[in-house]
Design a protein. Sequence first.
Length: 285
Amino acid sequence: MSEALEIAHGAFGRVALLDMDRSLVRHAHPHCHVLLKVEGDDTQFLVGDQVVALTDDQAVLINAWETHAYLHDPQRAKAMILALYIEPDWLGAFRRNWAASGAPGFFGQPSGAVTPTIRRLAHDLAAEMVYTPLSSHIQDELLSNLMVAVIERFTAWREEPLSLRAAARRNAGDWRIRRTIARVRAEPGAMLGTEALAREAGLSRAQFYRLFEQSTGAPPHVFLNAIRIEQAVEAIVSSEEPITAIGMRLGFAAPAHFSRFFRDHVSVPPSIFRGIVRRGGQPAA
């Protein structure tokens, strides 16, 4: 059974140390997402339409809103994975153009060769999370150094872009899609399907789907699920709201449905997630 060994959450986003032996559904995140193997067997992810290996020598690199899934091979043992979900605004504090990590195309390739420095920093971060999970050293030094090393190794955004016009185009999109996205963010529990959203936007289903994916990088249903997951994570971590109430607010009529949905996207049930983040002993109800 897959386990979340440790989870750190903060202004940087979140970092999870996962021991994985169960596949995850196709999903996306509003963060750039970096996966580094710490221990165990090699494994693989589906990034877009490409199967990418995660090994001691190769990282998996996933852009914001890029669809991906964990593909576990039952013939292999567990893989211990350091999963980074990094907030664009936090990265932008290092260098202005690194805020582009919230847009498609930040990573040019879905994988890259791990340097000895990146490998050492990943292992140091994983060890700090296990032995001293409340340490400020995780965010203040280890994570910062690791993300700087990753970006300088794997992206073309090391320096300011040559064209501010090109950067501005990354933030452009169809106004009807922007309006739909605002609606989805405001009412993630409305459970509106693609056809209903297309009608509200005044577009055919095919037009809506095409424009939505062009604007965000993700299909509408994957985007909506990502919004639900991120709002669930924020409520689970930052509020005392019961998990059953969080699920109902996000459109799940039965607690078991919400728990399964969360586990299929995050790898553990929401109660376990809350217990690990808060270091509070027994999982919350």
